[in-house]
Design a protein around this ligand. Structure first.
Ligand SMILES: O=P(O)(O)OC[C@H]1O[C@@H](O)[C@H](O)[C@@H](O)[C@@H]1O
Length: 247
């Protein structure tokens, strides 16, 4: 009664936008950072300033990917290429790491000021999954995953966590590659075909399709149901509570 195929024994949940209302917070921090940088570049080069689009640019190039990949992929979409730099580059340095660190500072400030909320429908669904005896992992690209789960008060609902920090330590490729979801299934003792993926990001449903999971559920919070299907979702819902009571 959870809307899952019979063979599914493990559920793999993305964090930002699926479990917690933090996708918008990430998008706003990315926009603030990229707009500052693009404005500065436009002034320096005497070219027009074209701002970061917090919907389209975010969905296409940044959402769901590890931080540094988000920086690189968006810059490439504008024909820009920066040196990698180093993880300890000061925030705002004109490197991939410097811009990523600036975005992270902006994100952490917003999270501190506004707090973190979980989606009630997702919490109800994860509880129902637990009561049915299925195992559960969070699979997120975010290095802030653990802090966000704690702030939302939902960390104890999950058996395992594969996040940005774990992926880095284990050299797992980020979404849209399937590596982190495959690691999530493995951590729960399930084959990919025995696991369901729950994702709101285009890169995330792509990872689900690439890993040949038992079911890929697209969670559409922003009116992009068709895009989610095109990128790999088998089913699209607006809220996980819709799956409760579904055969
Ligand atoms: O910068 P962090 O917290 O490590 O997160 C990396 C990415 O994590 C994903 O969950 C978000 O969808 C992205 O917006 C974010 O950029």
């Amino acid at each position: 009664m959870l809307g899952l195929p019979n063979q599914v024994r493990a559920c793999l949940f993305d964090l930002d936008g699926v479990l917690t209302r933090t996708a918008k917070v990430h998008a706003a921090a990315w926009k603030e950072m990229f707009d500052d940088y693009l404005r500065h570049r436009a002034q320096r080069d005497g070219t027009p300033f074209a701002p970061f689009d917090a919907v389209h640019d975010y969905d296409a190039y940044v959402d769901g990917r590890p931080r540094a990949d988000g920086v690189r992929t968006f810059l490439a979409s504008r024909g820009l290429d920066l040196p990698e730099g180093a993880p300890d580059d000061p925030p705002g340095t004109e490197t991939v790491h410097g811009l990523g660190t600036r975005k992270n500072d902006l994100l952490l400030r917003r999270l501190r000021e506004d707090g973190v909320e979980a989606y009630d429908g997702s919490v109800a669904y994860v509880r129902a999954v637990r009561e049915s005896g299925l195992r559960r992992a969070v699979v997120s690209s975010s290095a802030n995953c653990r802090a966000v789960l704690d702030a939302a008060g939902i960390a104890d609902l999950f058996d395992e966590r594969i996040d940005g920090a774990v992926a880095k330590a284990r050299h797992l490729r980020g979404k849209p590659e399937p590596d982190t979801y495959l690691a999530g299934a493995r951590s729960l003792g399930a084959e990919p075909g025995e696991a369901a993926v729950f994702e709101d990001a285009l890169a995330g449903v792509e990872a689900g399709r690439a890993g040949r999971f038992g079911l890929v559920v697209g969670v559409d919070r922003t009116g992009q149901a068709d895009e989610l299907r095109r990128h790999g979702a088998d089913v699209v819902v607006q809220d996980l509570s819709e799956l409760l009571g579904r055969r």
